[in-house]
Write a protein that binds this ligand. Sequence first.
Ligand code: SF4
Length: 339
Amino acid sequence: MPNKEVLLKVSNLKTYFPVKVPFRIGKRSVLKAVDDISLNLYKGETLGIVGESGSGKSTLGRTILKLVEPTDGEIIFEGQHLEKLKSKALQVHRNQMQMIFQDPFGSLNPRMRIEKIIEEPIKMHTTLTKSERKKRVVELIEKVGLSEEALKKLPHEFSGGQRQRIGIARALAINPKLIIADEPVSALDVSIQSQVLNLLLDLQDEFELTYLFISHDLSVIKHISDRVAVMYLGRIVEIATKDSLYANPLHPYTKALLSAIPVVNFDQKREEIPITGELPSPVDPPVGCAFHQRCPFAMEKCKQNRPLLKEVNDQQQVACFLYEEKEKKENTVSSMVQV
Ligand code: SF4
């Protein structure tokens, strides 16, 4: 069970990219991939980040690791402001945070044997001797369910699921505290997906790991997460415990995403929330609530003002005016009762 000790705190994080405006020579605009995100990640938990392609979830993960430079905001890992650190000092903290990528094949050097791939970070960032490194590599490959024999082979000799296991072994090589997993199972067959997810859960228990788990797939997120943050156009629109989010989604976008998941039991069928149109461009996001053009509940004020993330109950925060309206009505009723 996750405790309430904060491992990572992100405050008002922004990652903007300058982009050229098509057909307007010399004109530039800004793509707001991550736009004012604040969140806490607690030790030992898995926070799932879910959203459509283009919602900014991968850029968020990369910005936290400083693989992408933040435009503004704070990234505080174990009390240390990473956004202020450069090169060597940053590397010390970065070793505590590792990434697992979507495409394990693309992230493994095709000409390197597995032993070297896993040994490389140990050699670079620890003072272990050659024999100690060898022992560690064997331990790691066995931990992820492969045999010592695998160490002699090249990446192309493995299946997608096995390559992802190798990617996980390499990510664990120098005992990180935080793993950022970016769509780690989306390239795998469904039967292999659950094996890799269960491996990640076992390793989390064994090594007290904390995960930031990025996926577009709500079923995968449900399987692995303790809490879930839903992203839309660079912002978090809802963040909640897994049980609250799946049992009682609040934001119309979350409701629409969940209503699109096929259900086996027809008694549990959810209310269908239609979601129309494409995700707007983060280069020129709509004024007001970024979701208003696709939201079946949009009100006039949604076109003018941007809702902020607010606590609705102790399990859930949501950025939607519907809940402010509800709160106002409840306050009016309770003051009438008091009179
Ligand atoms: Fe829909 Fe308005 Fe809520 Fe945005 S703020 S999700 S447009 S109801």
